[in-house]
Design a protein around this ligand. Structure first.
Ligand code: AKG
Ligand code: FE2
Length: 289
């Protein structure tokens, strides 16, 4: 019998009693979806998933999202499957090239927010995990909404942010693109600063340090000030859950409800996670009070 129990943070649920590598029954899936409504981050420990089985589980949630990075930036082993990503700092034994991508810390973000319809869910599976560091961090964005000052909450309610695609994290800042208008040259999408979560209907802040660079219609100084207030609230330790990886963990999260980030990991600590993401079905709607 599947069961779910909450952890020290209200938005994390740990599911036991389901073997995701075996056939997941309709009843199991119903249980998982119900649990996911309550806990936007679900952890399934002790799984044994190859790429096909992980992909088959992810596809139960919707159509997979193909990789948006150029092929040469995806790492060696991830190239044959256009949906799979290896999030890894491991170098290939034969040619010393990265097997995947992801050997640097990563700011909080929501996957696919540079698309008109962002990712619904992301599925990360632990193949090799570091003894220390390299945790995945999660923050519940409805908690962040409540944590903002009333003045900021009020100010951002009917505003929209621009979210840029960034695949080359070290070498470009989308605000600085050869003097050309940024929105013409970098993929981006406009979303409400506060969305209504499609299921819970709660107000959720939808702006992140990694992708959101401007609030439309505000002077740059005010836009920067508000974004900075939001991002520094997200980064307060009291709102953060650190997922310490174990081999066999499958972690599934709702990108409309939480943001995630990657903590620093020493290069000699091998880390390899396999990732799929699933599309949402509609544009995000602004929260109406
Ligand atoms: O490496 C991680 O912990 C998170 C990577 C990530 O942002 C993702 O898989 O979407
Ligand atoms: Fe991500």
């Amino acid at each position: 019998m599947p069961s779910v129990c909450g952890s020290q943070k209200t938005y994390i649920g740990v599911v036991d009693g389901v073997d995701l590598g075996a056939s997941v029954t309709d009843d199991d899936l119903k249980f998982i979806l119900r649990s996911w409504g309550q806990y936007p981050v679900l952890v399934f420990p002790n799984q044994n998933l190859d790429a096909e089985k992980q992909q088959a589980f992810a596809e139960k949630f919707g159509p997979l999202i193909g990789r948006s990075r150029p092929k040469e930036a995806r790492g060696k082993n991830a190239q044959e499957n256009p949906y799979m990503m290896l999030v890894s700092n491991v170098l290939d034994d034969d040619d010393g090239k990265p097997v995947g991508a992801g050997d640097y810390p990563l700011d909080f973000h929501s996957d696919g927010c540079f698309r008109d319809v962002p990712a619904l869910a992301t599925f990360l599976y632990g193949i090799e995990v570091p003894a220390e560091g390299g945790e995945t961090l999660f923050v519940d964005m409805s908690e962040i909404y409540e944590a903002l000052t009333p003045v900021t909450r009020e100010r951002i309610l009917n505003l929209f942010g621009v979210n840029y695609h960034r695949f080359n994290y070290t070498s470009y800042d989308p605000r600085n693109f050869d003097g050309r208008p940024v929105r013409e040259v970098v993929a981006n999408a406009v979303h409400p600063m506060v969305i209504s979560h499609p299921v819970s209907k709660k107000p959720v802040v939808f702006a992140n340090r990694h992708n959101t660079f401007e609030i439309i219609g505000l002077e740059k100084a005010e836009s920067d000030k508000i974004l900075d207030e939001i991002f520094s609230t997200i980064e307060l330790p009291r709102y953060i859950h650190r997922h310490v990886w174990k081999v066999g963990d499958l972690v599934l999260w709702d990108n409309r409800a939480v943001q995630h980030a990657r903590a620093w990991c020493a290069p000699e600590q091998r880390r390899m996670l396999r990732r799929f993401a699933v599309e949402g079905s509609e544009r995000l709607k602004p929260y109406q009070q």
